[in-house]
Design a protein. Sequence first.
Length: 53
Amino acid sequence: MYSTESSRLADVDGRYDNLLSATILDHQQFYSKFLIVEDRKINSSNPNLESVY
């Protein structure tokens, strides 16, 4: 939850929440892709290891 000050500032500039949400979403998508690529590298170097997907 936002503090009172942060809420007031977010109300003044409504773009704050949207920007924050978009930034978090972008980071989640980036790390998801990164982890999938890393898993493929690990699995390809260890063929006996079954994929978790």
